[in-house]
Design a binder for this molecule. Structure first.
Ligand code: SAH
Length: 226
C-alpha cells in the first residue's frame, strides 16, 4: 500500500468518527442513535478525494461541503451518511438519485445497493462524475444528464429514491416511480432557506407517510424551462 492510500484510510476513519459523533448529537431529532454498520463500512471504503476538485484534495475528508464548480457543492459527509442510512438499503435494491453533483453520494449508494441510477442537470458535472465513478470501478452506477424531476421512467420502479437538491414540493413523477414499501429521502422547502430533510414512505396500499428528520441546507432543485 502506498503512503498516500494509507493516509487516506486514516483520514476516512477520522471522518467516520466525526460523523458518528454528529449522529449521536442529533439523535433526538433524527431518531437514529447510530448508523447501520453497512453504511459505516461504505463510508470507510469510498475514496472521497476522487470526487472533489484536485486543489481541494487535502480537504476531502473534512466533514463539510466543498465547492465542485458550476455553483454546486458536494454535500457534507454527515448529511451523505444520514441520508444513506435513511434509505435502509438492502443488497440488490434498485436506487434512483436526483442530483449526481460530484458522484460521491452515488458511489456510497453503489456500495450498498444492487444498481444505482443517478441524474444530473448540469452537463459538465454529470460528465465529470461519470468519469470519476468509472475510474473508481462502479459498474453498477448509471449516470444520465437531464432534469431529474421526471425521474428515470425506463428503469422504474425503485426501492428507494434520494433527491440531493432542495425541492419546494414533492416531484410527482418520483412518487410514482417509488415501489410500495419504498422510501424517498428529500430536502423539502424553499431554496435559499432551511429545508426539512424528509423521509416519505410508500406503504403497501400506496399511501404516503411523511416524517421530518432534520433541518438542512441544500442547493436549489432547478428545472429545465419548458
Ligand atoms: N449528491 C451530490 C450533491 C450535489 S448538490 C454529491 O454527492 O456531490 C445537488 C446537485 O443537484 C447539483 O449538482 C445540481 O446541479 C443538481 N440538480 C439540481 N436540480 C436538478 C434537477 N432538476 N435534476 C437533476 N439534477 C439537479
Amino acid at each position: 500500500m502506498t503512503a498516500t492510500a494509507d493516509d487516506n484510510t486514516q483520514h476516512r476513519s477520522r471522518m467516520v468518527a466525526e460523523i458518528e459523533q454528529l449522529v449521536r448529537e442529533t439523535a433526538r431529532e433524527t431518531g437514529r442513535a447510530a448508523l447501520d454498520s453497512r453504511v459505516i463500512a461504505a463510508l470507510r471504503r469510498v475514496e472521497r478525494e476522487r470526487y472533489v476538485p484536485q486543489q481541494q484534495a487535502a480537504q476531502a475528508y473534512d466533514n463539510r461541503p466543498l465547492a465542485i464548480g458550476a455553483g454546486q457543492t458536494i454535500s457534507q459527509p454527515f448529511i451523505v451518511a444520514l441520508m444513506t442510512d435513511l434509505m435502509q438499503l438492502r443488497p440488490g435494491d434498485r436506487v434512483l438519485e436526483v442530483g449526481t453533483g460530484s458522484g460521491y453520494q452515488a458511489a456510497v449508494l453503489g456500495e450498498l445497493a444492487g444498481t444505482v441510477y443517478t441524474i444530473e442537470i448540469v452537463e459538465q458535472l454529470a460528465l465529470e462524475a461519470a468519469r470519476a465513478l468509472k475510474a473508481a470501478g462502479y459498474r453498477n452506477v448509471h449516470t444520465r444528464i437531464g432534469d431529474g424531476y421526471a425521474g428515470w421512467p425506463e428503469e422504474a420502479p425503485f426501492d428507494a429514491i434520494m433527491v440531493t437538491a432542495a425541492a419546494p414540493g414533492l416531484p410527482q413523477p418520483l412518487v410514482e416511480q417509488l415501489k410500495p414499501g419504498g422510501r424517498l429521502v428529500i430536502p423539502l422547502g424553499a431554496s435559499g432557506a432551511v429545508q426539512s430533510l424528509t423521509v416519505i414512505e410508500k406503504d403497501a396500499q400506496g399511501r404516503l407517510i411523511r416524517r421530518k428528520v432534520l433541518d438542512v441546507r441544500f442547493v436549489p432543485f432547478t428545472r429545465t424551462p419548458r
